[in-house]
Each structure stands twice: as C-alpha cells, then as structure tokens.
Design a protein. Structure first.
Ligand SMILES: *Cc1c(COP(=O)(O)O)cnc(C)c1O
Length: 379
C-alpha cells in the first residue's frame, strides 16, 4: 500500500459545531447559561445520573470532587500508579497524600487485589481510572475497600459501561474530559456526575466562586441587582456556553462514534491476533468499552525490535503512536519528591515501558485501518 499519514487522534468537528456556537455569540450569553444547562441535562440522561455539573476540564472535575468530599491535609487518596498525571496532582493540590496502587498491565486499570493493603483509617477516597475507555472492575474495588468513597476518573470513558451501568454512575463522583483527544470534545472542558443531591448542589456552588446562586438564576430572577452571598470559598471552573453548545452537538454523536470505533477495534483484534509479540485489549462481557484509545503492550522478548524502535518505524511510515500514558510514580516530580523507585509498582512500570497506543479515531477510513494492520504485520 502507498504510504499514508495517520495521526494518533483527530476530533470530528465541522459544520454542525460551527453553527452551534453562533447562537451564544449572537445572543451575547457567553458564560455558563442555557447551552451548558442543556449539555448537562443530556449528559446526565446519557450516563443515567441525577446530576451533571459542567466544568473546565477533567482535572478541575477531579479537584472539585475532592473539595466537595472535604479531602484535605492529613488525608490519603488512593490513585493508580499508571494514569494521566493530573489524577495524582489534584490530590496534592488539596493538601492530601497520594497513595499509589499498582495496576494490572492486562487491563491498564487499578489491580483490586492490591487495594486492601492500601486502605488506612486516613483513606478518604479512591480515585479509580477507567483508562482508555475501559471501566475499572467496580465490584472488586468495592469489595476490597468497603465504604471508601469512589471518584471515577472517567476522562476517557464517556459512554462506557460496567455490567450495564454507565461510567459516572458507578462511584460517588464521575469525572469526564472533553479535551480533543477524548471521545467527544468541546476544545477543553469537563463534567462531574453524581447521584447524591448534596454533592450535586455543592459542586454547582464550588465551580462558581462559591456563589449561592448562579449568574443565570440571578439575571433571570426577580431581583437581578442583588449580588449573591458566598457561604464557601470556591473556584471559577465554569464552562462557557460556546463550549456547552459544541458539547450538545458532540454528545449527540457519542454513541455513533463509539460504535464505529468498536467495529474497527474488533477489526484490529481479528487482524493482529497472529502477532505473538503484541498484547491486544482483552475484557469480559461485563464491560462496554468506550474505545477512547486502542492500547497494546509489546512483549520485547518475542518482538523483532524494542517498543521504541517499533514506534519509530511506524512513525517513519506515517503512523503516529504513543505510549499509553505515564507511570506517574516514575515521573521526575513524584520519583524525586517521594523517593519512589520504578520497581515499586511493577505493573505500572511494564505499562509505562511497553505500552503502545495505535490510531483509532473517527476520522480514519477503511484504507487507514488496513494500512496500520499491514504495516504492523510487516515489522
Ligand atoms: C485526559 C485525562 C485527564 C485530564 O483531562 P483534562 O480534561 O485534560 O484535564 C485526567 N485523567 C485521565 C485518565 C485522562 O486520560
């Protein structure tokens, strides 16, 4: 096949999103307003939760969840050692201690068998990550750490499910990202979901400076000239209505996006299963994968080259790849500040050193997928 150029990820945005941002621009209501509310309502409905609170990113969603839970100095939060760095950063930002738990390199998710030992009387929450769109084993987590509040880092998991229950409805809080590399995008953006009314109210207040009523309520209420009172010290984590308008359109395409990616993920699994050096995603029928990424693991004892050499060869042939994500405990800041060794979390170390994400997104066509398969087979 002729050489093609295939980026690791490319969002599907176009005419409909372009038209959607016109309304807030024309009315002049640019910050959180009717479009954000519509996006929140649709998101809550799709993920079968009572409350969805739009924020500026998954990182601020995670931060706000910790604040709403009252996590602070002296507390511990359990975080998988293999995830995007912000899952751990936000714990430090509220003054609590990060307690890493190793992951299972077969699923790239937290290993519940290692969880019980991590729980102490200071444990205030578990941040479990549904990495690359595959939900964590929630029953095993709840069994290993009974009663510990769970924050789902579902940044990659919009539309994914575990035993028929959508991500975001599985723990006490669910946090999602709308960064362009995720399943649906608003440029930047995030969402917190919860079924708890008290948390839902708290999150809404905290994301808006701690104001007791939102701008929208105040402007459309009987006395718009009365400024709200502030009972707590909050943040400005408001999503704009421009983003909300894009989110409404994108969310309408979520299931179609996932179905398409699931079809091509199945194609990859079928076509690549003969490569004995390449571990492909495996999971039981309990899981509906969101397929944010298709992440493989390279067995260098059987592979013709190292992981990095394979990534380089693919890049030369126009195929972008990436390591899945980081082992956070191996990043300079965490390794140096907390004196952690790479081998302290061997599962995360394996995932860090040998994972390879290959392109799977909704801007690829049949020839692109065939090209990736043929190129990988030819290595
Ligand atoms: C992308 C990602 C984040 C951060 O999302 P932002 O919206 O960019 O803040 C957090 N956790 C995981 C697992 C992610 O993949």
């Amino acid at each position: 096949m002729d050489k093609r150029n295939i980026p690791i990820s490319l969002p599907v945005t176009g005419e409909e999103e372009w038209q959607a941002v016109k309304e807030p621009l024309m009315t002049g209501w640019l910050t959180s307003g009717p479009k954000v509310r519509e996006f929140e309502n649709l998101f809550a409905e799709r993920h079968q939760v009572k409350h969805a609170i739009a924020v500026t990113s998954a990182t601020t969603a995670l931060h706000l969840s910790l604040v709403a839970l009252g996590v602070g100095p002296g507390d511990e939060v359990i975080v998988p050692a293999f995830t995007w760095v912000s899952t751990a950063n936000v714990v430090l930002q509220v003054g609590a201690a990060v307690v890493f738990c190793d992951i299972d390199p077969k699923t790239f998710n937290i290993d519940p068998t290692q969880l019980t030992d991590k729980v102490t009387d200071r444990t205030k929450a578990i941040m479990t990550v549904h990495l690359f769109g595959l939900c964590s084993d929630m029953d095993a987590i709840k069994e290993a750490a009974p009663g510990v509040p769970i924050i789902e880092d579902g940044a990659c998991a919009a539309g994914a499910a575990y035993k028929g229950i959508p991500a975001g409805a599985l723990g006490d809080f669910g946090c999602f990202s709308f960064h362009p590399r995720k399943s649906v995008t608003t440029g930047e953006g995030g969402m917190v979901t919860t079924n708890n009314d008290a948390y839902g109210e708290k999150l809404g207040i905290l994301r808006n400076h701690g104001a007791s009523v939102s701008e929208e309520q105040r402007h459309h209420g009987p006395r718009p000239y009365i400024l709200p009172d502030f009972d707590v010290s909050g943040y400005n984590y408001r999503m704009t209505d421009l983003q909300g308008a894009v989110g409404v359109v994108q969310l309408g395409k979520l299931d179609q996006f996932i179905n398409e990616r699931a079809k091509w993920a199945a194609y990859y699994k079928k076509e690549l299963s003969g490569l004995e050096w390449l571990q492909l995603p495996e999971f039981s029928a309990d899981y509906d994968h969101g397929w944010q990424s298709f992440v493989t693991l390279i067995d260098e004892t059987k592979a013709p080259y190292t992981r990095n050499e394979i990534m380089e060869k693919l890049q030369e042939r126009g195929i972008s790849t990436r390591p899945g994500t980081h082992a956070v405990h191996m990043l300079n800041f965490y390794a140096n500040t907390f004196d952690i060794k790479p081998g302290d979390y061997p599962g995360a170390q394996i995932a860090n050193d040998y994972s390879m994400s290959i392109p799977l997104h909704n801007r690829m066509n049949e020839l692109d997928f065939q090209y990736v398969v043929e190129t990988l087979k030819s290595i």
